[in-house]
Write a protein that binds this ligand. Sequence first.
Ligand code: WTA
Length: 663
Amino acid sequence: MSGEDSKIESMMQEKRLFAPPPAPADTVSAKSMAEYEEWYRQSMDDPEGFWAQRAEELIQWDKKWDQVLEADMVKPEVKWFKGGKLNVSVNCLDRHLANGRRNKAALIWQGEPEEDVRVYTYQMLHTEVCRMANVLKKMGVGKGDRVAVYLPMVPELAIILLACTRIGAIHSVVFAGFSAASLKSRMQDCEAKVLVTADAVLRAGKTIPLKPNADEALAECPSVQNCVVVKRGGNEINMQQGRDTWWHEAITADGITADCPPESMDAEDTMLILYTSGSTGKPKGVVHTTGGYLTYAAQTCRWVFDLKDDDVYWCTADIGWITGHSYILYGPLALGATSVMFEGVPSWPKPDRFWQICDKFKVNIFYTAPTVIRSLMREGTDWPNKHDLSSLRLLGSVGEPINPEAWMWYHEHIGKSRLPVVDTWWQTETGGIMISAMPYATPLKPGSATKPLPGIDAAVLREDGSEAAANEGGHLVIRRPWPGMLRGVFGDPERYKKTYFSRYEGIYDPEDGSRKDEDGYFWIMGRLDDVINVSGHRMGTAEIESALVAHKDVAEAAVVGAPHEVKGQTIYAYVSLKSGVNPSDELRAALRTHVRKEIGPIATPEFIQFADGLPKTRSGKIMRRILRKIAAGQTEEHDFGDTSTLADPSVVDTLVAGSKEFI
Ligand code: WTA
């Protein structure tokens, strides 16, 4: 047995149970399982009352809503806090100026070089945000306009997002590891008016130019009238007159003051768009709205991380992904917390960088991804043991299923066997955490995300829509609306309905497999569609395939995920070449470069197997199941199941023989 099956087997056999530590007297999360259950029951009995109370406690409204919820999950059309008015930047900044947190650190930024540290108090951040909002206004950006952001993890990234929310502009962040082509297609799709980027990204001791990518993308994005450039690398770049402005010049220009009255937004006004991969076509622009998203980010941050005023909280994600949006920026700042933002990587200059930062800032709450844990686990325990980690009180995990071995290592060696490890299941589309332990209430099972948070009606269904029995695998679904749910796919209502609400009528379908055990604990098994998860990054196989077939020598391509010890999954591509083209290592390298250029380094196939034919049914459909098995090294005949519908069954043997080169 190998790969996926052995992982699932080891999870099925996982029986360890860890009692939560005693709740601190001042916890803002549930104090016991009984309390969690009580909250959950309330949320199901009276969802509107439950969410109204959360929104009232956590958010400052300019005007209270007329109706808590108006929902038709069949259409689908969902509105939360209808008629309510608020401003996100006021909630994340202004109100803390008046409530005694003015001089409190909002952001502690650790740059890649050790000596590069910047701390923004709530007051300082407010000033910068208002100035930047005025810069945007001067460029003609107003309510509802889109601002694309393509930045490394520098403080300006946080500032520009909050500045957009101040004036009601919609931000759309594109991860700085994506290529010019990816940036271009996203800016075109959302018709961005302004792009904010940087000269370079500092990564693992290197200065990687970023502005050339922006230039390449901008050449085909006529909607973008202005480009603001943050100076980070100091490298030589091209600045196009009339279009490009340096951030530091724009923000100090004549007439740019720190006085910027906030735009009062409708709860259902779009706040942000974030593109994410799906199983077909190009990435979709997931739409989140102002009132619901903010309430949900703040609420989940409070309950899952028990976030309190004197905590130092660190989420290691990049703001280019939803995790960074909700849990570096909006959740913590709405709560008036102190959030650490780190520019670098876990392994540079040494594999103890994360532990060293925890020690340096005396981090209390630490939230990272299983792939990070697995890669640091390989480096051994000497690295964490060199540092004083006694300030930590809570550990979190997100992005992919955490295997029990990694969970145990995290628990033992970082948590010193005394800290809760909250494994949080959620998605770009859900806006915030959906299934997770409450740190001082839920007994933990390594590898299980445990139970849905109050307010979340999660279940596991069979194909026919009936509920699966205990331990029977099926489709994870959410049966009722929640405030953080996406409200659409930008510019494509059909795709919204088809992707998320068509498998089961009126029910949200995240496309993840799961089982629920006899105690009601969820064990997430991973994607059921053609999306793979590489180091916690979601990649559509269709996107990589279309990048490959765009190469002049490629006739056909099929991409699958292969199991990988550290990354979770890695990209395995089967490529058929056009007739007359010979396979070679040079061509392989050229194809890799091509994919990097089309999508970005994270999409680069690790394995490229040249294949004369792909396993197709008589109707011409590629049988991906077989390709996945081969990539996982499961090549016994019985591994493949029924192959009788294949047009040419001999293709399988040839592919198996070819795969031996890699596996
Ligand atoms: C997977 C990241 C198991 C899942 C927040 C989901 C997880 C996809 C977990 C969303 C977890 C995320 N356990 N699987 N704790 N967290 N996933 O949109 O397959 O980048 O559908 O959001 O990651 O990825 P996304």
